[in-house]
Design a protein around this ligand. Structure first.
Ligand SMILES: Nc1nc2c(ncn2[C@@H]2O[C@H](COP(=O)(O)OP(=O)(O)O)[C@@H](O)[C@H]2O)c(=O)[nH]1
Ligand SMILES: [Mg+2]
Length: 236
């Protein structure tokens, strides 16, 4: 409703401006035609062409922003892993073409290599993230079927990330499982977990008890990274 009112006001203003422009152009033409008839014609044609071009540009961008949502092209999620890898590589290629900074370029080239390698080796990387003491290491141990990492009530027991190779009979290829330190208990994810999360094919986001606000905000940040995320409700 608000939007249609804004459009109606914009149309009225545009019409008013157009009428004013036509009358101003008429006055301009009659004034100049008494002195230089051919100059008056030439200039009037030029001004009209410029106005039409400006209206076309305004119309085009107005349509882009104001058209109804159903007419906007929606990117569809990839259906297969091949499609996902190809889309990821295309987006990296696109970013590379826009980057001049050599260090950032090398980092992206390395990332593209990892994506290609992971795809070729059919490698699936699961990364467990979450704040301290929610049970990340406990989950890693449970998934591994053996005690690999140390668990404790004190925060910061896992000081470095640990990556394990997990055999899953139903999955053809290598499955890597990374347990992250997850130290901070504030509304944002720590740098180490964030970096680990970017490498993941699937994130296991562990929360304890209820999904309280600070943990919810971290979840939103993970989703904003465009990562597939499973929320693991622990200690319920
Ligand atoms: N009651 C209960 N305690 C748990 C559960 N999962 C983990 N814990 C305990 O919570 C503490 C922290 O677990 P840990 O795996 O080290 O958490 P991390 O810091 O996220 O890796 C340990 O004392 C675990 O034994 C659970 O499902 N229920
Ligand atoms: Mg731990």
């Amino acid at each position: 409703m608000k939007q249609s009112l804004a459009i109606a006001i914009a149309v009225l203003i545009t019409l008013g401006l157009l009428l004013w422009l036509v009358s101003a152009l008429g006055t301009f033409y009659t004034g100049l035609s008494t002195v230089h008839p051919w100059l008056a014609q030439g200039l009037t044609i030029l001004v009209v062409v410029l106005i039409v071009a400006a209206l076309a540009v305004i119309g085009y961008y107005g349509w882009l922003f104001l058209r109804p949502r159903r007419w906007r092209t929606q990117p569809l999620p990839p259906k297969t892993t091949e499609e996902a890898a190809i889309t990821q590589l295309q987006s990296l290629d696109h970013q590379l073409s826009q980057i001049n900074d050599e260090v950032a370029r090398q980092a992206l080239v390395a990332r593209a290599k990892t994506v290609t390698q992971a795809f070729e080796q059919k490698r699936l990387h699961l990364v467990i993230v979450g704040i301290g003491s929610v049970g990340k290491t406990t989950l890693a141990n449970a998934l591994m079927g053996e005690i690999a990492g140390e668990t404790a009530v004190t925060k910061g027991t896992t000081t470095h990330q640990q990556t394990y190779r997990v055999e899953i009979p139903a999955i053809d290829g290598e499955v890597l499982l990374t347990d992250s330190p997850g130290l901070l208990d504030v509304g944002s994810l720590d740098q180490v977990s964030r970096e680990l999360a970017t490498q993941a094919d699937l994130l296991l986001y562990v929360v304890d008890n209820d999904l309280h606000r600070a943990q919810y905000e971290i979840l939103m940040q993970l989703l904003a990274m465009g990562k597939r995320t499973l929320v693991v409700l622990n200690k319920t």
